[in-house]
Design a protein around this ligand. Structure first.
Ligand SMILES: C[S@@+](CC[C@H](N)C(=O)[O-])C[C@H]1O[C@@H](n2cnc3c(N)ncnc32)[C@H](O)[C@@H]1O
Length: 203
């Protein structure tokens, strides 16, 4: 609020139209240096790799599905979940299904595949396109056995992963089998901005 009457001699907050006294000078914003890596991106990749490390210790095998697999920070491949999981020891995950809709990201995924040592029995499939439709084809093909332990990373940017896709993955296994484990990332920090950018309003 601006002072009501700046020329008045009464300098009390009320006379100046203020609720409470303000300091003479508002300190400037404190500037912190930029972090070397975005903390969350780095922790996210490590969390997933660590989780899968324990996962294979129990299952001794497994399938890894990554719906949005291209690197978020191509310049920092050590923060790339698919890379960390592929390189995680012991290399017990047998089948990898990596999806991305971007041509450039597919190129990076192919380069990652080529950089990997041969592991007996291990397959790495890379598919270009919208994960929501591509995963439907994968599940319909029956390539993922009911007996296969499976994990699926849904590391979308905002709302790219449709809820029907989550339902489809969650209901793929018969009730007697352990479900495909889902890691669904919701960009909670960006939610207000993301929602306000949505043009299509459904009731
Ligand atoms: C947040 S990044 C993934 C980050 C990655 N998991 C990592 O560890 O660095 C999201 C990726 O999803 C891809 N993408 C966006 N929409 C998609 C869609 N509908 N289907 C498949 N990939 C998509 C983008 O090209 C991008 O590579």
């Amino acid at each position: 609020m601006r002072p009501k009457n700046p020329s008045s001699n009464d300098k009390t907050p009320a006379a100046e139209g203020l609720l409470f006294p303000l300091p003479e000078r508002v300190p400037e914003d404190i500037k912190l240096p930029r972090l070397r890596h975005p903390v969350w991106t780095e922790h996210k990749a490590n969390l997933i790799a660590r989780y899968l490390y324990y996962f294979v210790l129990i299952t001794k095998h497994g399938t890894y599905i990554d719906g949005f697999a291209g690197p978020q920070r191509p310049e920092n491949p050590e923060m790339w979940s698919a890379k960390l999981v592929l390189e995680s020891e012991p290399r017990r995950l047998r089948h990898f299904y990596l999806f991305d809709k971007s041509e450039n990201q597919i190129r990076r995924l192919n380069a990652l595949r080529h950089s990997q040592p041969k592991v007996r029995g291990r397959t790495i499939q890379i598919s270009k396109g919208d994960f929501n439709s591509k995963v439907r084809e994968l599940l319909r093909s029956g390539q993922i056995k009911q007996t296969e332990a499976a994990f699926c990373l849904l590391d979308q940017i905002t709302f790219q992963c449709h809820w029907e896709t989550v339902v489809l993955l969650a209901s793929y296994k018969t009730p007697k089998r352990p479900k495909i484990e889902l890691f669904y990332f919701l960009a909670a920090g960006w939610m207000p901005r993301s929602i306000s950018a949505v043009k299509q309003r459904q009731t």
